[in-house]
Design a protein around this ligand. Structure first.
Ligand SMILES: [Zn+2]
Length: 252
């Protein structure tokens, strides 16, 4: 399994890795990667993979990364047909993220946590799904219907948490420990497949009394102040007893 560098250090814009294999369809497997594979409502990272030749190579080889998927391991889809003879197993490559895109996903993912926490706390409305992009996001939750004054109050509450500039942290926890110590619904532990024994916890707020704590394998910013401000742009029904809220963030 590819070592997922993005879980620990979310601020690395480039990384070095070794080619493990290239599939016939051109998908690339590395020993480690900083590219986030699509999942949990967060889109895959884009960027480039460059063959490190250690010389002043004028013909430096570089391929755009257009998709990243996690299956049994992590697969990087490169644009075009990469020459298989250049990307041999054992070759050293440098991966560089499209940082604007990744940073936007980090901001939106962190905002989703704040919104989910408030909806559960104030409306007893657990989040059932979410999808974020680089310039907008939506969240589904179990609730009958939000009126416009609800939406205004929700927006104000989330913006307060943003103005508080709360710290954001993440760490690994044994599933047994997590299940015995944390509120399973609130942390969304119940949504994880049984095969997962190590849980990644993402925590917002002071260490002794965190405002929010959930299981999440996405990437996030280090403080809520980086979100600048949240604007709810609309709501609609997402099915019986399900509400969908659309939002966007102000420019950082
Ligand atoms: Zn998350």
């Amino acid at each position: 399994m590819t070592e997922p560098l993005y879980l620990e250090e979310t601020n690395h814009r480039s990384f070095e890795a070794t080619v493990e294999r290239v599939l016939d369809d051109g998908r690339l497997v590395l020993d480690r990667t900083g590219f986030y594979p699509a999942g949990g409502g967060q889109p895959a990272d884009h960027g480039t993979i460059q063959l490190d030749r250690d010389v002043a190579a004028e013909d430096s080889l570089e391929w755009p990364v257009v998709d990243v998927q996690k299956r049994d391991t992590i697969y990087h889809e490169l644009e075009g047909t990469p020459p298989l003879d250049e990307l041999e197993p054992g070759a050293t490559v440098v991966g560089t993220l499209d940082w604007d895109r990744r940073y936007a996903h980090m901001r939106y993912h962190t905002a989703q946590h704040l919104l989910s926490a408030h909806l559960l706390e104030a409306y007893d409305a657990p989040t059932t799904g979410n999808q974020l992009y680089a310039e907008r996001a939506r969240l589904d939750c179990r609730y009958d219907r939000f009126e416009s004054e609800d939406l205004a109050a929700i927006e104000a509450a989330v913006n307060e948490r943003i103005d508080d500039d709360l710290p954001v942290r993440w760490y690994e926890l044994d599933r047994d420990v997590a299940e015995s110590q944390l509120d399973a619904e609130r942390t969304r532990l119940d949504l994880l497949p049984d095969s997962i024994t190590e849980i990644r916890i993402v925590e917002i707020g002071n260490e002794d009394a965190p405002y929010d704590r959930v299981a999440c394998a996405g990437t996030h910013v280090e403080s809520t102040g980086e979100l600048a401000g949240l604007e709810i742009t609309g709501r609609e029904t997402a099915g019986s007893g399900e509400e969908r809220i659309r939002f966007r963030l102000l420019e950082a």
